[in-house]
Design a protein around this ligand. Structure first.
Ligand code: GLY
Length: 561
């Protein structure tokens, strides 16, 4: 027991690089910190900061290193969002490198002749993959915001791919889970099931093809992935596996810069993800509803009941209204207004759960899981990055186009493939999130900055549909004075409208709270897996202290080495 505790402490220090000194000014902490889900990725970011890079160069290094060291969560075959704070101009920018549907995609492409959803078609193999945005995002970050050449910031990841990374428990657990799907991809199997076996913990996993793809990106930027030899190998591999990508789809991919979505709760400003993520809208809406209550005056059960009720309502709107804004016009202004929240509050009873069926919405069934990654960075000048990256579920589509080393995403599952049919995360949706060529699938990824007179916090986590409520619970803790370690360690509960369940982690609710919530009409479900892997960096203006903390769940489920 004791040695486990010591091991955890050591690993926490290993995962998060923190330097603490210096007097603070509101603009520059004079110190830097990185929190990521893998020590090699954190070290890659630190190497780039030491080489004179800024937070944006470090973000390129961390993102690319995670693609190698955490191949089950994110990678060049996926996409993601980077929320940036530019200290010099005090400007926030949201870099959207979300995947897009291929040009040949159709709304009914995953349905069978009877209109049913074809089992696993949105999850396994290249038909499940959107056109990746991650490599374009790296190029964009380096060229527009970095100080160092792209090739320098990619060097640590290239080394990791070529020299290899030791297998750890999370990695091998994911391989067990994806074995059947991966059997259809010889290139995937060659890297991850050497001799047909799941690697033993500590066995070194090399992916030289991925090293070569990273070298191509480093040398030729966008064209090194989206055009030429790499693009041809990607398209050949995808099409021979039953997918529909074309060279034109790859060449047409574009990163989009967007305005982050800003909202307020008490003295806290929440800067978060705009569409095509539901994160910023849902956070704004939940905090607007909460603004009508004095949370400090509520007893513990009533507070949790109220949080569940605001989650329920925000996720109902996610299902009904949200999707890529280039394809429909979700009513963002209305959903994030105080007036709208006031109306929603009128339907909340503190003594009684509102059944989701009593709110106009859509039906659902079930499924489970999560994977994605998040990292947080601040540099000595006060530049910040919150990056949340994904290939969707564990190992994405479990398919590597031969010669590329690139694991394809299965992000097409984030579209609504049929009205009312639940996806992997049990989310339902409507027309706003229907499949269309070139469209970005709705996301829950929510890289977020919290700002107040106290300081700033850089927050985010994987966890699929649960991401938004995890960020919301962490923000509530921070505004009440919590430090970074407390935010990441917090026990979590979640409601997403449908299924009409309070999903909770062991320890999030006491026996008495469970009984009291049931008494108020809630159905509860203990989640058998702890969920999330939050990485937080905080900067306290008064003390100048910069702290980084990584989620203890990353250790419980995936002891490193
Ligand atoms: N693939 C999970 C998300 O973007 O929400």
């Amino acid at each position: 027991m004791r040695s486990q505790h010591i091991l955890r402490r050591v690993v926490i220090a290993w995962l998060a690089v923190v330097v603490t000194t210096a007097a603070a000014s509101p603009r520059a902490p004079g110190t830097a910190a990185i929190a990521s889900a893998h020590p090699r990725a954190t070290a890659a970011g630190q190497e780039i900061l030491d080489a004179g890079g800024n937070a944006f160069d470090a973000a390129v290094a961390v993102s690319a290193a995670l693609a190698v060291a955490e191949p089950y969560s994110s990678g060049l075959g996926g996409g993601g969002f980077w929320l940036l704070h530019l200290a010099k101009s005090q400007r926030d920018v949201f870099v959207d490198a979300r995947e897009v549907a291929p040009g040949a995609a159709r709304p009914d492409m995953y349905l069978d002749a009877n209109g049913g959803v074809r089992a696993d078609a949105t999850l396994d193999g290249p038909l499940a993959a959107g056109i990746p945005g991650h490599p374009a995002g790296l190029v964009h970050l380096a060229r527009r915001y970095g100080r160092l050449p792209l090739a320098r910031s990619l060097a640590p990841a290239i080394r990791l791919a070529e020299e290899g990374v030791p297998a750890h428990v999370r990695l091998t657990t994911g391989l067990r889970f994806r074995r059947a799907a991966a059997a259809k991809s010889p290139a995937f199997s060659a890297v991850f099931y050497p001799n047909g076996e799941i690697p033993a913990p500590g066995a070194v996993i090399r992916n030289p093809d991925l090293g070569r793809t990273l070298r191509s990106l480093a040398a030729r930027g966008f064209d090194g992935f989206y055009r030429g030899e790499t693009a041809a190998m990607l398209v050949d591999g995808v099409r021979s596996g039953g997918g529909i990508w074309t060279l034109a789809d790859l060449a047409a991919y574009r990163v989009i810069e967007r305005q982050p979505l800003r909202s307020r709760f008490r003295e806290m400003t929440i800067v978060s993800a705009p569409l095509p993520s539901a994160g910023g809208i849902a956070l704004a809406n939940m905090f607007n509803m909460l603004a009508g209550y004095d949370l400090g005056k509520l007893d513990g059960v009533s507070r949790k009941h109220l949080l569940v009720e605001v989650m329920r309502r925000a996720y109902r709107d996610r299902a009904l209204f949200l999707g890529d804004p280039a394809f429909s016009s979700p009513p963002v202004e209305r959903l994030t207004s105080a007036y709208y929240a006031e109306g929603q509050r009128a339907s909340i009873r503190l003594d009684r759960a509102t059944p989701s069926a009593a709110l106009p919405g859509a039906p659902s069934d079930a499924g489970q899981g999560s994977d994605t990654t998040h990292f947080s960075i601040i540099d000595r000048d006060g530049n910040r990055v919150a990056g949340t990256l994904s290939i969707n579920t564990w190992y994405g589509a479990a398919f590597i186009p031969p010669g590329t080393g690139v694991i394809l995403n299965n992000e097409m599952d984030d579209f609504t493939v049929k009205a009312g049919a639940a996806n992997w995360f049990e989310l339902v949706g409507g027309d706003a999130n229907a499949i269309a060529p070139g469209k970005r699938m709705l996301s829950s990824m929510s890289p977020t900055f919290l700002e107040s007179p106290r300081g700033v916090a850089i927050v985010g986590t994987p966890g699929g549909s649960r991401i938004i409520t995890m960020v919301m619970l962490a923000a509530l803790e921070w505004i009440d004075g919590a430090d970074a370690s407390r935010m990441v360690g917090l026990k979590r509960f979640h409601h997403q409208f449908l299924p009409d369940l309070v999903d909770y982690e062991e320890g999030a609710l006491t026996k008495d709270e469970i009984a009291a919530l049931e008494q108020r009409g809630h159905s509860l479900r203990l989640n058998q897996r702890s969920y999330g892997n939050m990485n937080v960096v905080t900067w306290d203006f008064a003390t100048g202290k910069v702290e980084a903390a990584t989620d203890p769940r990353g250790l419980v489920e995936g002891q490193i080495y």
